[in-house]
Design a protein around this ligand. Structure first.
Ligand code: MF3
Ligand code: CO
Ligand code: CO
Length: 255
């Protein structure tokens, strides 16, 4: 395992990439409405990243991924491929945006409620968000990744939900997915000890039912095995001398 510690120039570029990724979510929010197709959302994000931000959508052609963003609806856990299927009232959708600017990546995702989702749907969206916040608020030098995974898992499971184990957060920088792996479950006092200059994502995938997942034949779309609803939120963070800086914070968002 080799974790790349970022210097102050790298960090400045990570701040820019992170802000651009956050701005894509701010820009797309009003478009997430019943009747819109996820292909339309993909096109709007692609055009904004390319033509307004003069940046690159990292997912496009990444290991063969065919689109510029991931759109994961209802029981889709992650890596949903945009399609011509329209969103309908009651859906929950994760939009996952990764941009590359000046050689560095910013990676962030959030849930949107379309129309008026059920109490259950809103609950898994909220618990997944709480799991992200719990993780982010723990980040500072000396804390170990196992401490963070444990705290996230504890909150999810005490809330009657489960944590997906097959996918995790990751170091990020010039690489989309760098070391370390950031598991959203685990044991206290284990794993990598955080140091200033580390940049990584926290992106818990939380299921309303059991934790098990399966990969669809398209070899990208990950769904819950029991077809229960799933929710995910993601930020890119920097470990500072004293704590954490969220590089993908949106306007008005508080941690
Ligand atoms: N953005 C995802 C993550 O959080 C990765 C998507 S890879 C893709 O790590 F190929 F599906 F786009
Ligand atoms: Co990520
Ligand atoms: Co992502």
């Amino acid at each position: 395992m080799s974790i790349i510690i970022k210097n102050s120039e790298d960090i400045q570029k990570m701040r820019v990439a992170g802000r651009l990724a956050a701005e894509v979510l701010e820009m797309i929010a009003p478009h997430v409405q019943p009747g819109v197709t996820t292909n339309e959302l993909d096109r709007i994000c692609h055009d904004h990243i390319m033509n307004v931000q003069h940046a690159t959508p990292a997912p496009l052609n990444y290991h063969g991924f065919p689109k510029s963003i991931c759109t994961s609806v209802n029981h889709v856990v992650c890596h949903g491929i945009p399609s011509d299927k329209p969103l309908k009232g009651g859906d929950i959708i994760n939009m996952d945006i990764t941009v590359i600017k000046d050689g560095f990546h910013g990676d962030t995702s959030m849930m949107f409620c379309v129309g008026e989702p059920s109490i259950k749907a809103r609950r898994v969206v909220q618990i997944a968000h709480e799991c992200l916040l719990i993780g982010i608020r723990m980040v500072r030098p000396g804390v170990r990744l196992g401490d963070i995974g444990y705290a996230i898992q504890r909150h999810a499971e005490h809330s009657g939900c489960s944590v997906v184990r097959e996918y995790c957060g990751h170091g990020i920088g010039r690489g989309f997915h760098e070391d370390p792996q950031v598991l959203h479950y685990g044991q206290p006092d284990t794993g990598v000890t955080l140091e200033p200059g580390m940049t990584f994502t926290i992106e818990p995938m939380i299921n309303l039912g059991k934790r098990h997942v399966k990969l669809l034949p398209d070899e990208w779309t990950v769904v819950t095995k029991d077809h229960s609803l799933s929710a995910q939120w993601e930020h890119t963070v920097l470990v500072t001398e004293t704590g954490v800086e969220v590089l993908t914070l949106r306007a008005g968002e508080e941690i």
